[in-house]
Write a protein that binds this ligand. Structure first.
Ligand SMILES: [Zn+2]
Length: 247
């Protein structure tokens, strides 16, 4: 049985898609193909990374966290541009890597982007599972920054963005208005029976080229053998997967 493409069903009636993810490279890994397809169809997309990714240098000793975070933020912009994102739609909240907490202050930072960008739907990470499951054999830790990003984003969507009582300085100081968003898409939901598939076959080269801009985050081999391989779900076709929820 061939895989059903849910792109039209989810996105045809939407114009503005907000992406809130933990790290500078998550956008390209999780939904780079979807972003390229949305932009090709004339939709508005904003990418917000919560943290600067500054601690992802693993065993390197030639770089400080400060230097590495600047590299990661630069690569986030370069990668986003490969997908077709304009620089003014690429944001990094510059929270230290691994130190993103689920606080009202951080909810406010996401609420600001929701009220300013006014999305019809938000893509974020998996708030359900501390351990992600790809299938019955392959599991990994759902990164703390990813879990907290997802929880912060859900709370920002409801009720903090909608209600005028939260963060009133957005109205007085920035001239924003409350905004309600009731549709969400979650990454790392491979094993969920209701996961939606999005055909990105035409945009796989854009996703590849964008991923390759994260030169300091991963190797070209990882791009090909992990990130692109997991999209090859049908002969000659590529898909990204997200779980859809209406709240
Ligand atoms: Zn990440």
């Amino acid at each position: 049985m061939s895989i059903k493409d849910s792109f039209s069903e989810i996105f045809d009636n939407k114009n503005r898609v907000l992406i809130i993810l933990g790290h500078p490279d998550d956008n390209e890994i999780i939904c780079g193909g979807i972003v390229a397809r949305l932009l090709a169809e004339g939709k508005k997309v904003r990418n917000v990374a919560m943290t600067n990714g500054g601690k992802g240098f693993q065993n390197r000793t030639d770089v400080s966290e400060k230097e590495y975070s600047e590299i990661r933020k630069f690569e986030q912009v370069e990668a986003g541009k490969e997908l077709g994102l304009a620089e003014e739609n690429i944001f990094n909240l510059d929270i230290p890597d691994g130190e993103l907490e689920d606080t009202v202050e951080n909810i406010g930072k996401v609420v600001f982007h929701i009220r300013q960008f006014k999305p019809d739907i938000i893509i974020t990470q998996n708030p359900f599972d501390p351990i992600n499951a790809f299938n019955s054999e392959i599991h990994w830790v759902n990164h703390r920054d990813h879990r907290h990003t997802a929880l912060i984003t859900i709370d920002a969507a409801y009720p903090y963005s909608r209600d005028r009582g939260f963060f009133p300085e957005h109205f007085t100081k920035y001239n924003l208005e409350p905004h309600e968003v009731s549709e969400l898409l979650f990454s790392d939901a491979y094993a969920y029976p209701d996961v939606r598939y999005f055909d990105i076959t035409k945009y796989i080269n854009k996703k590849r080229n964008a991923l390759l801009k994260h030169k300091n985050a991963f190797t070209p081999e990882i791009v090909e053998e992990e990130f692109l391989e997991e999209t090859r779900l049908e002969s000659g076709k590529n898909f990204e997967r997200l779980k859809y929820i209406k709240i």
